[in-house]
Design a protein around this ligand. Structure first.
Ligand code: COA
Length: 688
């Protein structure tokens, strides 16, 4: 039973039951429509209350039904809403927990809403490449006012009942209670029974201010990097005051129906499910237990260590931050203090929250006091001798069962584990800088990492708000190993005569947050240079990235030195093409003939397909558990446009035969494609 009903003092209480999130599946809609019809027909029923169960009202459409006949099979959500529109008795939503998407559209079609203060509201359709499809863009402005509703519809983010109730003039929430919203809703339903039901659709709405609208449009364009849904959502909000409710709802429906079958929504939905799938670890014995993590030590108070410390502090863990000397720890503490002060200034956290987090932080110059911590994350200088010596010491002092994690981005986690007497307790936790902000966390599973340690690490990632992806051990793990191929492909384009700015512009118009040369200048070109030097030493016959090396030899490390691939005049952050780099490039390559100049699309695909080829190798070697995990790495950690789903999803959409053909055209050397890519392309298969 997806829906249950019970009578309560002349009111029918309808409860939704569709775990895990009360998605509005076909079965649930059938049950809800039937329960509403019965209540309408029963003269003994004075009013209706609809509520969720298990702490959730409804997360909206059952996304698993998209693209299946069930999604459009009657009664649709619009059908249920029509029932509510025609209903002669008051229907009150009793909302606890998330009330999202179609769940909110359903509640908006009811006549009153009572919510617990902690319940959360959103129309998150734009985050799935969609617009609301059941009147949300037209009822919400009538409930909240045009501007507040527009913000909510175009960013898709959740707001609490308390925050929404504070919006002046709002009629979204009749009452906000601290507990038992159902009893409060029944009381309200009884008090309004007999009076004509109040429908939001009958209310008027004021037009959006043209200045606000123009500003919003340009912000959305810049922020969403080519994604269409937020712009269409804005258009629909603009319609609310200019056309009739029915006309606007029909336009909303047409937009939804067009977007739901388009590539943007397919990419966004893929990313949504891929992130959730990535938390599931293959090969863990059923019922694997987890180690309790209640305290943490972070070794190394540099940028990375301080960021990791903040990620842990923010999630409520007490953290012991260790560095070699007083200067090191003072720098770390100052960095954390400054970050929290900045967040307070921007209104992201309160002064009280900042203080509480700082109180959880202890800084010391010795690892000894951390011996009893449940978790230690080593974030020291990226050097074998430094890290192996820390692991030797950790092995000596840490309590049995403690999680020994390294934040290395390039060293061999298996080898590091062997310097300890407990390799099963060693794991990689590869954070991305700034670690308190970036969502991706590569959880690096060593050959001997214990299953419960792996499960613990994945769970911890989620607790600290990260998106975990399990990676096997290889040079660069999933993300940086693929990045090397991507950069190599960019280097080939440079050698053919393109300018850094042309390559950056092409991949940015594909939707990447930033092109490879702007990223290099931002992160510091010396970082990659140090890695290359290590690799050249380990493998003297490997081809050298001569241009990138030459840029670094000039001391052009990027923004921090006032110049890298670009110049940054007056210590600014705005890249300007550099005559020095142009001169340097001329030494390595001929001028490109105009007829040979690739289009932006060809440039972008050359880079993206290089990711795909390396991704296929990573998949075949079992370094990644599944293709969608690779997509999560690129979307969450490397600025790949979410609306394109990730490199492997994008390749599936393009067709692997076409990807392979394009890669063959790009390579005139002895390059061989990844065997998996070649095989799948031949079979007409897809990455899975
Ligand atoms: N339809 C179908 N399944 C859904 C779903 C939906 N609308 N929302 C979540 N799920 C599934 C998830 O895939 C996950 O399944 P799994 O356990 O098999 O991996 C499960 O529900 C739990 O979701 P998860 O996100 O892991 O839980 P959470 O507690 O962190 O968050 C929500 C719960 C509801 C806040 C979050 O899932 C969410 O934002 N969902 C999307 C809501 C949405 O976009 N609705 C509009 C649809 S147009």
């Amino acid at each position: 039973m997806r829906v249950t009903t019970r009578p309560d003092r002349g009111v029918t209480v309808i409860e939704l039951h569709n775990p895990p999130v009360n998605g509005l599946s076909h079965a649930l809609r059938v049950g809800l429509a039937k329960a509403l019809e019965q209540a309408m027909a029963d003269d003994a029923v004075r009013a209706v209350v609809v509520t969720g169960s298990q702490g959730i009202f409804s997360a909206g459409a059952d996304i698993r039904e998209f693209g299946t006949p069930l999604a459009t099979q009657a009664p649709t959500l619009r059908g249920v809403i029509e029932l509510l529109d025609e209903c002669g008795k008051p229907v009150v939503a009793a909302i606890d927990g998330p009330c999202l998407g179609g769940g909110l559209e359903l509640a908006l079609a009811m006549h009153h809403r009572v919510a617990t203060s902690s319940s959360r509201f959103a129309l998150p359709e734009v985050t799935l490449g969609l617009v609301p499809g059941a009147g949300g863009t037209q009822r919400l402005p009538r409930a909240l006012g045009a501007a507040a509703a527009t913000d909510m519809v175009t960013d898709g983010a959740q707001r609490s009942a308390d925050d929404l109730a504070r919006i002046p003039g709002q009629v979204l929430l009749d009452r906000v209670v601290t507990q038992d919203c159902v009893t409060a809703a029944i009381d309200l339903a009884r008090s309004v029974s007999g009076a004509p039901p109040q429908r939001l659709r009958d209310r008027s709405v004021t037009a959006l201010d043209p200045t606000y609208l123009a500003r919003k449009r340009s912000t959305l364009k810049a922020r969403n990097r080519g994604a269409e849904a937020p712009i269409r959502a804005l258009d629909l909000m603009d319609r609310a005051a200019s056309v009739s409710f029915d006309e606007a709802v029909a336009e909303e429906r047409r937009t939804f129906e067009r977007l739901v079958v388009g590539p943007e929504s397919a990419g966004m939905r893929h990313a949504f499910f891929a992130e959730r799938q990535a938390r599931k670890v293959e090969g863990l014995p059923p019922g694997t237990s987890m180690r309790p993590i209640e305290s943490a030590m972070v070794v190394g108070a540099g940028t990375m260590g301080s960021g990791i410390a903040m990620a842990l502090l923010n999630a409520g863990y007490p953290v012991l931050l260790v560095d070699n000397d007083a200067t090191g720890i003072e720098r770390g503490r100052a960095r954390i203090t400054a970050t929290y002060a900045d967040q307070v200034e921007r209104g992201r956290i309160t002064v009280g929250e900042a203080d509480t987090r700082m109180q959880r932080l202890r800084t010391v110059t010795d690892i000894e006091p951390g011996a009893d911590c449940d978790l230690v994350v080593e974030a020291a200088f990226e050097d074998w001798d430094v890290k192996s010596s820390i692991f030797t010491q950790l092995d000596q002092i840490m309590k049995p069962g403690a999680v020994l994690a390294t934040n290395t981005s390039t060293l061999d986690v298996n080898r590091l584990a062997t310097v300890t007497s407990r390799p099963e307790d060693v794991i990689g936790l590869h954070f991305f800088s700034p670690a308190h902000v970036m969502k991706l966390l590569e959880v690096v599973r060593g050959e001997r990492t214990a299953p419960d340690l792996l499960a613990t690490a994945v769970d911890l990632a989620r607790r600290i708000g990260k998106t975990p992806v399990v990676s096997g051990v290889c040079d660069g793990f999933i993300g940086n190993r693929m990045l090397a191929s991507y950069r190599e492909a960019a280097g080939v384009l440079l050698l053919r005569g393109l300018e850094p700015r042309e390559i950056d512009a092409a991949i940015e118009s594909f939707g990447f947050a930033m092109g490879p040369y702007r990223v290099g200048d931002l992160a510091g070109n010396d970082v990659g240079w140090a890695v290359r030097k290590r690799r050249y030493a380990e493998n003297p016959t490997m081809p050298r990235d001569e241009i990138a090396d030459a840029v670094c030899e000039l001391g052009r490390f990027g923004q921090k030195t006032g110049g890298g691939w670009y110049d940054y005049p007056d210590g600014g952050r705005v890249p300007v093409p550099s005559p020095v780099v142009t001169q340097l490039l001329a030494k390595f390559r001929p001028d490109i003939e105009e007829a040979q100049r690739p289009t932006d699309e060809q440039i972008a695909e050359q880079l993206v397909f290089a990711l795909v080829d390396e991704g296929a190798r990573i998949l075949e070697e079992g370094i990644a558990q599944r293709a969608s995990d690779i997509d999560v790495v690129y979307v969450a950690g490397y600025g790949f446009p979410r609306h394109k789903g990730g490199p492997m999803h994008y390749a599936n959409q393009v067709g692997l035969d076409k990807v392979l053909a394009a890669l063959r055209v790009q390579h005139d050397d002895g390059w061989q494609p990844a065997p998996l890519l070649e095989r799948l392309a031949k079979e007409g298969g897809r990455f899975r």
